[in-house]
Ligand binder design. Structure first.
Ligand code: FES
Length: 111
């Protein structure tokens, strides 16, 4: 690897495999920078959407519901779309987002 490529790669965390993503419909991983959830973008499944699923209302952990294509909070019912945007409920502040990409069989998230 050239120095540039090596430093670029060190900015990414491997959070799972493409098989994990497609079998479960999501990746949910605790990492050194917090919990990260990754799904395929509803608008373009070639792309990925990654968020910190920690609810911006009061810190409960939202969970991805593939049928409604939303992150739903169990505490007070906030809903966020795949990109972390608030849909309904007490918090319209978006979830924290990350850049995610596929490289080979790995799903990578930028720190
Ligand atoms: Fe998520 Fe209140 S903590 S809706």
């Amino acid at each position: 690897l050239k120095p540039d490529a090596a430093s670029a790669q060190s900015n990414f965390l491997v959070v799972g495999t493409v098989a994990d993503l497609d079998n479960a419909g999501q990746i949910l991983k605790d990492t050194e920078i917090g919990t990260i959830a990754v799904v395929r973008s509803p608008d373009n499944p070639q792309n990925l959407a990654a968020v910190d699923p920690t609810c911006t209302h009061n810190g409960c952990t939202t969970s991805w519901d593939s049928s409604s294509q939303s992150y739903n909070c169990p505490c007070h019912g906030a809903k966020f779309d795949a990109y972390g945007n608030g849909i309904s409920g007490p918090s319209r502040k978006p979830l924290r987002t990350y850049d995610a990409t596929i490289q080979g069989n790995s799903v990578l998230v930028r720190r």
